[in-house]
Design a protein around this ligand. Structure first.
Ligand code: F3S
Length: 471
């Protein structure tokens, strides 16, 4: 039996691709094992978002290659590079990693990984022959509810990829060139998958895609622009899906990740407010607030639009936790732009906020712009915004003290609230014996940075020590 080990890098979308690969390997009778040293094949599922992700991916490839050279048993081990970096750069990489890699596969080959492995073993590559590239043109694949898949997340939460690809023209981003044009799954397909997951005991469905707000719009008769608001009167929309998911029986959260501000509408705000299973949490990357920057980034939004949208979201969905991201150090960014950004952050008081230093990505329009800023300046601006957000985060956490929250227990002594997405947000430390993967009610007794300390409802206040001991 062929044994395969897989290293999954990058975001949740890549993780779902890894899960599909593992599902197909199992279906083909191959064993998937955690230890690379005992595997016949190692797959590195790469990320290519920014330079540091590429470096990390290359680092893993070189490590696997070096280690397989160290033992006799691993001499015949095959190394396959998959994922976003492979999809985008395999033409260059096949000569650069001629000796290290045995094959490159792309995003559309996740379901064909088993026959590709058999093919690699069947054909011995000549010494001068470049590693084969099993990638055909632009990515168009989208999984269905019955696609074989083996979940790699803990039992109680799952990522559900509702669409793939992106039609937005953001000048800094390479992902549309990697993942192709937006294509949505059908509502029926997503609902069938969600039903199955809830039946298996999943308590949190995290809806993901490049732009979840554009869900269904690619199927409309009249082609929407990248600014069209979510509107179910024109065809299938995210609101249609949310209402259907909300109607599935069971106790679970639906979490909306990766929404684009340009498509938000009052209908979407109303739908979230009216669907109790949809978490009071939104992930809405804004990237900047100054019109100067939003224009250069081609974000299809404006400062006035964003300010009004955040106001409408907060008014329409009481208790909402808003997560956003900003980019600092984009070409041409001035001190006045950063001042405006800081003033906006102070005013909007986002509960969750991430800041990226702009990364000049080959193949993007922003990479060719004049006025690229120095790494030192980007770093200084990043520190300025992060310092400000740390103060706001402390204030936000402080406001939670004394409140009762419903949490989902992640591991013994560690839980997550409705306002905390897996992997990216904070944690609630609570000494309870509620089983992992179950909901519990807790009272917040203190906070530390981005995390909260709590007790099960009905106990005396905990100290940090008590809460830590429970971990
Ligand atoms: Fe995700 Fe990295 Fe690809 S962030 S979409 S794995 S480039």
């Amino acid at each position: 039996m062929i044994k395969v080990s897989l290293i999954s890098l990058g975001c949740a979308k890549n993780l779902v691709d890894s899960e599909i690969m593992v599902g197909h390997l199992h279906q083909a009778g191959m064993a998937v094992i955690p230890e690379a040293e005992n595997a016949d094949v190692v797959i590195v599922n790469t990320c290519s978002f920014i330079d540091s992700s590429k470096e990390e991916s290359i680092g893993h490839i070189l490590d696997v290659h070096r280690e397989r050279g160290m033992t006799k048993r691993r001499k015949h081990q095959k190394l396959i590079v998959a994922g976003c970096m492979s999809q985008r750069f395999s033409k260059d990489l096949k000569s650069e990693l001629h000796d290290e890699v045995d094959a490159f596969i792309g995003l559309d080959q996740v379901t064909k990984v088993a026959p590709i492995i058999n093919e690699i073993f069947a054909k011995d590559r000549g010494k001068d022959e470049a590693p084969p590239v099993f990638i055909e043109g632009r990515s168009t694949y989208i999984p269905d509810y019955n696609t074989p898949r083996f979940r790699l997340t803990p039992k109680h939460f799952a990522y559900v990829k509702i669409a793939e690809g992106c039609n937005h023209p953001c000048t800094f981003c390479i992902i549309p060139q990697i993942r192709g044009r937006h294509r949505s799954r059908t509502v029926e397909s997503v609902v069938a998958e969600a039903r199955q997951l809830v039946k298996e005991g999943v308590k949190e469905l995290n809806l993901i895609s490049q732009d979840t707000t554009f869900f269904g719009m690619d199927t409309w008769d009249e082609r929407p622009s990248p600014r069209t608001p979510v509107d179910s009167s024109r065809g299938t929309a995210l609101t249609t899906l949310l209402r259907e998911l909300n109607a599935i029986e069971g106790d679970f959260w639906i979490r909306l990740l990766y929404t684009h501000p340009a498509h938000w509408s009052d209908e979407l705000i109303r739908t979230i407010a009216e669907c109790p299973k949809v978490a009071r949490y939104i992930d809405i990357p804004l990237q900047h607030i100054s019109d100067h920057m939003l224009g250069l980034m081609q974000r299809e939004t404006s400062s006035a639009y964003i300010r009004d949208l955040i106001r409408r979201i907060r008014a329409g969905i009481p208790g909402i936790t808003v997560r956003t991201t900003f980019i600092v150090g984009f070409p041409g960014e001035t001190e006045a732009d950063v001042d405006e950004l800081c003033a906006f952050i102070k005013e909007a008081k986002f509960e969750r906020l991430g800041v990226f230093r702009y990364s000049q990505e080959e193949g993007t329009r922003a990479a060719k712009m004049a006025e690229q800023l120095s790494p030192k300046l980007k770093e200084a601006r990043w520190h300025r915004v992060m310092k400000l957000q740390r103060e706001i985060a402390a204030e936000v956490s402080g406001r939670a003290v004394g409140k009762k929250l419903r949490v989902l227990v992640e591991e013994p002594g560690v839980a997550r609230a409705e306002g905390d997405a897996p992997d990216i947000d904070g944690r609630v430390y609570v000494p309870i014996t509620v089983p992992v993967g179950a909901f519990a009610e807790v009272k917040i007794t203190g906070c530390e940075d981005y995390d909260l300390l709590a007790l099960p409802v009905g106990q005396a206040p905990a100290t940090r020590k008590v809460a830590k001991q429970a971990q």
